[in-house]
Design a protein around this ligand. Structure first.
Ligand SMILES: Cc1cc2nc3c(=O)[nH]c(=O)nc-3n(C[C@H](O)[C@H](O)[C@H](O)COP(=O)(O)O)c2cc1C
Length: 166
């Protein structure tokens, strides 16, 4: 069975998470293909979908939101997992439901965070300034930068496998 993993990243964390998830799903015996929404058009003939993106200033990446809205019917028709990469702790299903609608979030077999990084050296311009401000602020103390969280990658792969095999 084929799984399309569509993702949107700015500095690469989400691409790493997508690659880790692809590996975990392949260990289950699935065929996966990852598509960077900035440059590639995802294969919509898959048996299941994963949609991932990072969060910046409270917003799931625009390309992930646009993809979710444009392909809602197709995404609702097959098993789905939704993931974010981020450093904050806001309640996730509510955050995503506000941005892509409740039906997709309710349909997803797994919704969660696969990791987060905040390396000031990776940022440019305004983003660099924001990261410096966050790191100096009280909010900086609540930001987590665990890298890719293997345990969550495994949980996401297991949930999608259960939805596909069940
Ligand atoms: C300018 C900026 C704003 C951010 N805003 C948020 C935020 O509102 N909430 C959050 O949880 N993480 C936030 N983060 C953390 C990112 O989600 C994190 O750096 C993530 O690993 C980026 O993934 P990417 O490289 O795939 O884009 C922010 C990071 C930057 C650089």
């Amino acid at each position: 069975m084929k799984i399309t993993i569509a993702y949107a990243t700015k500095t690469g964390t989400t691409a790493k998470a997508a690659a880790a998830l692809a590996q975990a799903l392949e260990a289950w015996g699935f065929e996966t293909k990852a598509f960077d929404l900035a440059t590639q058009k995802p294969d919509m003939h898959a048996d299941a979908f994963v949609l991932g993106g990072s969060i910046r200033i409270g917003q799931w990446r625009k390309a992930a939101r646009a993809f979710a809205r444009a392909n809602e019917t197709a995404l609702l028709a097959k098993p789905l997992a939704l993931f974010v990469c981020r450093c904050g702790q806001e309640a996730l299903p509510a955050l995503l439901a506000a941005q892509i609608g409740q039906p997709l979030v309710a349909h997803a077999a797994w919704t969660g965070c696969l990791g987060g990084e905040m390396d000031v050296a990776q940022q440019k311009g305004f983003d660099r300034w924001i990261v410096r401000m966050i790191q100096k602020s009280e909010a900086g103390n609540t930001m987590a930068t665990p890298g890719i969280v293997d345990e969550n990658v495994a949980a996401c792969a297991d949930a999608l496998a259960a939805a596909l095999n069940g």
